[in-house]
Design a protein around this ligand. Sequence first.
Ligand SMILES: [Zn+2]
Length: 237
Amino acid sequence: MQLLHNVYQVGGDVNGITWCGMDAGFEDGNTYAISTPEGVVFFDCGNGATLPQIFDNMRYWGLDPELIRACFLTHAHWDHAGAAHLLKARGVRLYAHRNTAEAMAIGDERCCGFAYHKEFTPVAVDVAFEDGATFVECGIKIHAMHLPGHTQGCTAYFFTLEGKRIVACGDVIGTLFCGDFGWSGSIDFDKKIYMESLRRFAREDTDVMLAGHGISYFHQPRRRVEQVLNAALMQWR
Ligand SMILES: [Zn+2]
C-alpha cells in the first residue's frame, strides 16, 4: 500500500496486507518500505511467515526485495522482528536499540514468541545503539529515540522525506481507530517508564506517523500520542 510517493506499507495483518493463517489480527506487525535511489530501507519486518507476501507486495509496487539494504527494528516482539534472521541471511543490515538487540540475540520471552506458540529465531543485530543515535541509510538521515515501556527496548525512528517529518513508532502507541496503549502483556512492560516515554514522545511534532499496527496518520499524529498520554495519566495514577 503506497502511503507517500516513496513510502509503502508492505506488511501488516490488521490492514489485511499480509496474513499468516491466524485470526486475531495482531500476528503480523506493520512493515514499512522506504524506496530510495540507493536501495530500500525497512522499518520492522513482520513475523517471518509473511516475508514471501511482503516480497510479493514489494514487487507489485515496483520495489525489488534484492535491494533491501537495512531494517530498523522498533522492538523485539515476534510480530515485528520475527523475520529479522531471514533478512540478515540476505545481507540486510539490522539496527536496534541495545536492549532490543540483546533480546533478539537470545530470542527469549522478551520476544514474545510464546504468545503466538512460536519460537523466535535469535539473530545478531548489526548495529546496536543507544538513545539519540543518528544514522544515514540510503541517503536518509534517521534519528532514534528510545521510548521504553511497552518493552524496554522500544524505539521510534524520526526522518524527513518529501518535506514531511515522519516517525515510525512501533508499539509505543497503538493506532487502530484512535490512540491507545501498546499491549501491556510483555514481561518487561513497565507503566512508570512507559509514562515517561509518552511524555517525551508527546513533545514531538510530526507530519506522518507509521504505527506498529493499524492505520497510519497523516494529520496531526501528535494528537494520537497526547490521547494515549491522557489515558495513561488518568488510568495509571
Ligand atoms: Zn509489541
